[in-house]
Design a protein around this ligand. Sequence first.
Ligand code: 5GP
Ligand code: ZN
Length: 119
Amino acid sequence: MNNCLFCKIIAGEIPCKKLYEDDDILAFFDIKPAAPVHFLVVPKKHINNLLELDSQDSLLAGRLLYRASELAKEQGCGEKGGRFIINAKSDGGQTVDHLHIHFIGGRSLRPKLASIFLG
Ligand code: 5GP
Ligand code: ZN
C-alpha cells in the first residue's frame, strides 16, 4: 500500500487546489505558501526524488520543467521571474518523498529569504 501524500493527492483521496492536470503531470498550490505564488509540479508516476530518476524518466522530467515554466508565466511571473526549487532527500530538506518542483514567485526573493531555502 502506497502511503505517499502526493500519490494520495493525485488519486483524489486528499484535496488540493489544482492548477493543471494531464495524463502524466499534476500541478497544485502549496498548502503553506512561501510567497504570493507557490505551486508544485509533480509526476503522476511515483518517483522518490530527482536522484532516483531512471533513463526512461528523462522525457517526463523535461515535461515537468516545461510545465512549471508555463504555469509560472500563467501566474503572472513571466516578467519578474521567481524561483524553481527541487529538494532531494534529507540533506536537501525534502519532506515529501515524491518528486516535485516548487515554483515560488510574486515577490522579490532576497538573499536572506534564499537562505531559508538554500540553507
Ligand atoms: P519539500 O519540503 O518536500 O520540498 O516540499 C513539500 C511541500 O509540500 C511543502 O512546501 C509543503 O508545504 C507542501 N505540502 C505538504 N503537505 C501538503 C498538502 O497536503 N497539500 C499541499 N497542497 N501541499 C502540501
Ligand atoms: Zn508518490
